[in-house]
Design a protein around this ligand. Structure first.
Ligand code: AHM
Ligand code: MG
Length: 326
């Protein structure tokens, strides 16, 4: 029989190689447990009548929770029980969530169910997270860290059973869930240098509302590359990581209805944009915002801050960044 290396074996070896503690492994184990649980709910929730509008009731007359609320509850449970988390920031909760404020070591920024418009179609959604570490050598300096201070970032594409994890200065790795519900077979992901498979990924319906210089850039590039868009960041970015190219969610500045403009972009910095930017950097790519500023350099001022996002193969990010800065 042939056995694949499990995630746990991979991460324990990584920690030992770098003379690190096991606290981080315990935290990752909690995050993986949450992701498996969310995936289980995703796959069975419709049958149980759990997936529906919050405030509704199912056929048994029980209260129905939306799956994004279920995902939130599951994740907070596991982050709490692992004992290693000081504070968490979640897309699903307005305030910063205190967890183990005395004994914790890490800050976790997460979106437990990103791209929820895909749920009713049974199509992929994402569970995205970034991890930063407490300042162990002195007084704590606050918990809103820029992406460059993350120690790790990852994403699960639910319910496909793929997990991508980037470790600071140690690369980006992809795992697949097996029949025993273990994530196995680490494969290091590097963005391809050749341009044959490159893709562009953005919501075409917004195109006329992008800044003119962004529209002109797309018009110049679009014939060279193929185009894909799922509408869930984890799924779209998963493809870019494998095939190369550029995912973008630019600022909306020219909407026919000015009230619908989003000059700061749509995606959230701490648990969406910085997560994929970190994963991308460890895979040899890069990411910038609408001003051409590296996403990982942006110091968040509030937990749910939005940003425009251009993330993917370095030559394309460099190219658009030059235009955005100009
Ligand atoms: P959400 O956090 O409300 O689910 O929105 C985030 C999602 C991303 O996963 C995706 O990239 C983007 O929104 C799609 O937005 P749009 O439907 O405007 O194209
Ligand atoms: Mg989201």
């Amino acid at each position: 029989m042939r056995f694949e290396q499990t995630f746990m074996n991979f991460i324990l070896q990584h920690q030992e190689r770098h003379n690190r503690t096991y606290h981080f492994v315990i935290l990752l184990d909690a995050i993986i447990s949450a992701a498996k649980h969310i995936q289980h709910y995703y796959l069975t929730g419709a049958l149980k009548g759990n997936v529906g509008l919050a405030g509704g009731v199912n056929v048994q007359g029980e209260d129905v929770m939306r799956i994004d609320q279920i995902a939130q509850e599951i994740t907070i449970h596991y982050l709490g029980s692992c004992g290693r988390v000081i504070h968490a920031v979640s897309e699903e909760t307005k305030e910063i969530i205190p967890i183990n404020t005395e004994g914790g070591r890490y800050f976790v920024y997460f979106d437990p169910l990103d791209g929820s418009s895909n749920v009713s179609h049974g199509l992929p959604v994402g569970f995205l997270f970034g991890i930063a570490k407490r300042n162990l050598d002195g007084p704590e300096d606050g918990h809103l860290r820029a992406g460059k201070d993350y120690r790790a970032a990852g994403m699960f594409v639910i319910p496909t059973g793929t997990f991508t994890l980037a470790l600071l200065d140690s690369g980006t790795w992809r795992f697949h869930i097996d029949e025993t519900m273990n994530f196995v077979k680490p494969i290091q992901v590097m963005l391809p240098e050749h341009t044959r498979s490159w893709e562009l990924s953005f919501n075409e319906a917004n195109r006329c509302a992008f800044a003119e210089r962004v529209q002109a850039w797309i018009a110049e590039k679009e014939r060279k590359y193929t185009f894909r868009y799922l509408g869930a960041l984890a799924g779209d970015f998963h493809r870019i990581l494998s095939n190369g190219g550029l995912f973008m969610y630019p600022a909306i500045v020219n909407h026919a209805n000015p009230e619908k403009n989003r000059p700061k972009g749509k995606l959230r910095l701490m648990y969406e944009a910085a997560v994929v930017a970190f994963i991308c950097r460890e895979a040899g790519g890069d990411a910038v915002d609408e001003a051409g500023t590296p996403i990982l350099e942006i110091q968040p001022e509030e937990p749910h801050q939005r940003t425009a996002l251009y993330v993917g193969s370095k030559p394309l990010v460099d190219d658009i960044a030059q235009i955005l800065r100009g």
